[in-house]
Design a protein around this ligand. Structure first.
Ligand code: GCU
Length: 594
């Protein structure tokens, strides 16, 4: 029961129980660059309990003392989750069979110890991601919240942290809702939890909040552009150090901001030679370190140019999904994913349909893979809802702030398969403009549908995009391939087009011929026909078949799929290749020099 002794039944009648926590929501503006920073990891076993009815917010569980149930004089509904636990990071769905379909709130609790606090430091909690909304409580105080299920967020802990024992509670809520991004209808499983790393940062009071470094080409020579943003309005001098380029350059900082442009001749980053440079930036007592690759990406007519040269993007789509861990991933899982992509002959991947773990772009930098990263503006988002737009734009800005120094990332995707309505057009054109404003060094795209009246690649959003993404499933959802031939013949997009999804379901090992749906032979047939027809359109400058691995999705309940999307080239064991894997690999081998 509530600690509010005036009326022990108050919480039963207050349906505005979440209102007190709307303030204090953090977003992109609160982010801190993590490049090379040390942090106190808070990962490991936390106490945990599910809260289907949001009793935790209704009754203010975070206000409770930690008295054991044996000491209580009046009953409560929460005793710190002491009877259950959950590893952080993890998705609660895969921890216990009875938690598999849970959509609601989960409460995580743990303590951490601070030997002492320093008045020259500021203390910030960093969460790699929480699906979907999180509220943070430290030592019985609400200290902040965040929404958006796949981007990192930073919570100022200073008002509540203390020397000695600190008690941290985190409420994570993963309900599917029409106003969210994504909304309540998706073709992937709705996991929940604190599923990426969690840590406490102790930073100099004045520290480097944001740092960008990218290369451009101007009048034929390469220019490095650096920008620095501090956590406050301090002025002074930052020092940029790139030893291998012989760069040790001061950057003047005025009122918390500074920029520097300088000529440089780095070895250019490319998938075939992914050269990375050690970069450090220092201001006052703060120092960050990163490994950064330098390249340029642009379009010219219907071409995509990497370092000024036309490139054909040989890709594959991937979800963050695993039979054992759900949406929680690991370095090994990412490296396996990328190794399979390399085995296919890929130089590129589409990280669908939401920001993947930050390790993905770092590992792609090392391994030499180009990336399309995107936010989950997926299907029928509430395009007329300003708060939905604010959520989507914040997720986009958090993604760009997080990965802006990753050479592998060349495209920001602002949505997927959305009906071409007026509301969608203004919503997504605004997102595309935001992406261009925040990061003029990369391309902006979206996975569009074809114009079915004209039967052409013609989407009003294309005017805001550098590259037009097209999802098409001729041979699967539209059995006749004639439609694809007609589509390509009718289209004159005038800018590069990427087929960012195509494919067919196939149950691994299902025998049949090219007409047997869900057979491997049929999946092979679809890819063979697709590649032959797509090759006729010169404006198609890349393809990402849907998808590398079979993945969980509740909306597919045939006797063959049983809750899985089987369009993978590899089964959900992430080991068993289907026959179509070799067909795609052969196509890419024949397109190495396109
Ligand atoms: C759509 C959608 C994917 C989905 C796929 C499919 O294009 O973008 O998220 O999984 O088609 O139907 O398998």
């Amino acid at each position: 029961m509530s600690q509010d002794n005036s009326d022990p039944y108050h919480h039963l009648h207050d349906e505005a129980y979440a209102a007190p926590y709307a303030a204090g929501r953090v977003g992109a503006a609160h982010m801190i660059t993590m490049a090379g920073r040390n942090a106190l990891s808070l990962d490991g076993e936390w106490r945990f309990v599910l809260d289907l009815y949001d009793e935790g917010l209704r009754q203010g569980w975070f206000k409770d003392d930690a008295a054991p149930i044996t000491n209580w004089t009046t009953p409560r509904d929460y005793d710190g989750g002491v009877w259950q636990s959950a590893p952080v990071p993890s998705c609660w769905n895969v921890l216990k069979p009875e938690w598999f379909y849970f959509e609601g709130s989960g409460w995580y609790a743990r303590e951490f110890h601070m030997d002492s606090l320093s008045d020259t430091e500021t203390y910030v909690l960093r969460f790699g991601a929480a699906q979907y909304e999180a509220r943070i409580f430290l030592n019985n105080q609400f200290i902040g919240s965040h929404r958006g299920g796949s981007t990192p967020f930073f919570i100022d802990a200073n008002k509540a942290i203390r020397a000695g024992e600190n008690r941290l509670l985190v409420q994570v809520e993963n309900r599917r809702r029409s106003e969210r991004v994504p909304m309540h209808h998706t073709d992937w499983f709705n996991y929940g939890g604190l599923y990426r790393e969690t840590a406490l940062l102790a930073l100099p009071r004045c520290h480097i909040a944001d740092f960008g470094l990218h290369l451009s080409t101007e009048q034929g020579s390469h220019i490095l552009h650096a920008d620095v943003t501090l956590s406050d309005q301090s002025s002074g001098t930052a020092l940029l150090d790139i030893p291998e380029l012989g760069i040790k350059q001061e950057i003047a900082i005025q009122h918390g901001q500074g920029t520097l442009d300088l000529a440089a001749t780095p070895q250019l980053w490319h998938p075939d030679h992914p050269k990375l440079y050690e970069v450090t930036l220092a201001f006052g007592t703060d120092r960050i370190r990163d490994r950064i690759g330098f390249r340029t990406i642009e379009t010219r007519g219907e071409q995509i140019l990497l370092n000024g040269k036309d490139i054909f993007l040989r890709g594959i789509c991937v979800h963050e999904d695993d039979k054992q861990t759900g949406k929680a991933t690991s370095e090994a899982d990412i490296r396996r994913r990328f190794a399979h992509a390399k085995e296919l002959g890929c130089n590129y991947l589409r990280l669908s349909h939401y920001p993947h773990h930050e390790k993905a772009a770092k590992i792609a930098d090392e391994m030499g893979l180009l990336l399309w990263e995107e936010i989950p503006v997926y299907w029928a988002i509430e395009f007329d809802n300003p708060d939905t737009y604010a959520d989507a734009e914040n997720q986009l800005e958090e993604l760009i702030r997080r990965d802006r120094n990753r050479a592998s990332v060349i495209i920001w995707g602002v949505g997927n398969e959305n009906e071409d309505t007026d509301n969608r057009l203004s919503f997504m054109a605004r997102l595309a403009d935001t992406a261009h404003r925040l990061d003029p060094s990369r391309l902006v795209s979206a996975a569009c549908l074809i114009n079915r009246e004209k039967f052409a690649i013609e989407d009003r959003l294309a005017a805001s995009l550098d590259v037009i993404g097209i999802n098409e499933y001729f041979g699967w959802y539209e059995p006749s391939f004639d439609g694809l031939k007609k589509l390509l013949k009718n289209s004159a997009p005038g800018k590069p087009v990427l087929i960012c999804e195509t494919g067919a379901d196939a149950l691994s090992g299902r025998i049949g011929d090219e007409h047997t749906l869900f057979s491997e032979a049929h999946q092979v047939h679809v890819y063979r026909k697709q590649f032959a027809i797509l090759a006729t359109a010169t404006y198609i400058r890349g393809i990402t078949p849907w998808i590398l691995y079979d993945f969980r999705t509740e909306r597919r309940q045939t006797s063959i799929q049983q809750g899985w999307n089987l369009k993978g080239l590899i089964a959900s064991d992430k080991t068993t290749k289907k026959q179509a894997f070799d067909v795609v690999a052969a196509y890419y081998a024949s397109h190495k020099n396109l």
